[in-house]
Every structure is written in structure tokens, then in C-alpha cells.
Write a new protein. Structure first.
Length: 72
């Protein structure tokens, strides 16, 4: 009786363990995807903000040249 019960319980425990591991893995993937999405959104907001605040050196040189051209 005990041997038969053990023969049924051991595979059941292995199956349950595998299902739990699969569930945890899927949860981790979902969490990682969400974090990546939020990071991409934050990066996009930072880039948009920086592009509106700062200008590149070459753009500043061209703007100064145009201003000096208009003054002369």
C-alpha cells in the first residue's frame, strides 16, 4: 500500500514542481518585459526633453554664422 502510494506521489510532486517552475518563469518574463517597456518610455521622454533643451555644437556654429551674416 505504501509503495503504491509513493509510486503515485513522487511523479505528482515532480509534475507540480515543474508547473510551479513554469509559472514563475512566465511571471519573470512578463515582469522583465514590463520593466523594459517602462525603461524605453523613460528613455524616450529623456531624449525628447534633452533635444528641446540643448543644441549641438555644429548647430550653434551654423546659427551664429547665419546671425553674423544677417548683421553684416
Amino acid at each position: 500500500m505504501n509503495e503504491t502510494l509513493l509510486k503515485m506521489i513522487v511523479p505528482a510532486i515532480g509534475l507540480i514542481s515543474g508547473l510551479v517552475a513554469t509559472y514563475v518563469s512566465l511571471q519573470n518574463r512578463a515582469l522583465l518585459a514590463e520593466v523594459r517597456r517602462e525603461l524605453a518610455e523613460m528613455e524616450s521622454r529623456v531624449i525628447i526633453r534633452l533635444n528641446g533643451t540643448y543644441e549641438r555644437h555644429s548647430e550653434a556654429v551654423l546659427r551664429d554664422a547665419r546671425v553674423h551674416g544677417r548683421i553684416d
